[in-house]
Design a protein. Structure first.
Length: 254
């Protein structure tokens, strides 16, 4: 039984995945980003482990980007800039986000991406999850027991951001995950599953439920799943929306 590590699965049949390989790691995995045939894996107490997955049956470690005295909570890739975002926090309930240029052979800090610190004022807290949506960096931030979503609209000498208060959400412990889109998304906090919608350009909680087990969100081939120790549960949309139509010949469109 693998305590901590990377497992690679064949997801041709999403509800019946086939494991191809395992690679032991030194702590809980908190995030994964793929760039060509390389996996960047954030390991909570180690840093970011760089893994060659060109042979999915035999992955191996290429490098480790260490993070001293901090816990790595998540990573996110800005595909437009080839920049990896690394979120970390300390036992003092504060944290920071730094950026790595993936085109640099030594993984140097890219120009125009300063270190973001969460150590004072309304941004004092632990950055738990990070994701890029339409060029904006979104950070799920734990401020004591409360959860807020920070949307950075500009990075520079003085970063600009919008704070989305997610009323009623509290978090104590357990795995955390987040999948966002332009008009909404979902997060998990331990055994809580929460859906978000965007109203008047502000993210709000639209639905929440508590499960009997802890889970994290996964996305594969356009579908979303909740992963638990028991397996995968597909998340089905709660409604249907018209995405396209083809009118018949001579049809009247009103």
């Amino acid at each position: 039984m693998l305590d901590y590590g990377l497992e690679i699965y064949d997801m041709s049949l999403p509800m019946s995945p086939i494991r191809l390989s395992q690679l032991p790691l030194l702590g809980p995995v908190t995030g994964i980003e793929l760039v060509d045939k390389v996996a960047f894996v954030s390991v909570q107490n180690t840093g970011v482990v760089v893994i060659d997955i060109s042979d999915k049956a035999n992955p191996f470690i290429l490098n480790t980007l260490a993070v001293s005295d901090y816990h790595v909570s998540d990573i996110a890739l800005s595909k437009a800039n080839n920049v990896l975002t690394i979120a970390s926090y300390s036992d003092l309930a504060e944290g920071y986000i730094r950026f790595v240029d993936l085109t640099s052979p030594v993984y140097a800090a890219p120009l125009g991406f300063p270190v973001l610190r969460f150590d004072s004022g309304e941004l004092l807290g632990k950055p738990l999850q990070v994701q890029w949506v339409n060029g904006n960096l979104h950070v799920l931030l734990q401020r004591q027991a409360d959860i807020v979503l920070v949307q950075f609209t500009s990075l520079g000498a003085v970063p600009e951001y919008v704070l989305h208060g997610l009323a009623g959400l509290e978090y104590q412990q357990g795995p955390v995950s987040m999948l966002l889109a332009e008009q909404g998304g979902a997060i998990t906090l331990g055994d809580q599953y929460i859906q978000l919608s965007r109203e008047s350009n502000v993210f709000v909680v639209s639905y929440a439920e508590q499960h009997s087990v802890e889970s994290v969100l996964l996305e594969s081939h356009g579908s979303q799943y909740l992963a638990t120790e028991q397996g995968l549960e597909q998340i089905l949309p709660k409604g249907l929306a018209l995405s396209d139509f083809v009118p018949t010949v001579n049809a009247d469109i009103g």
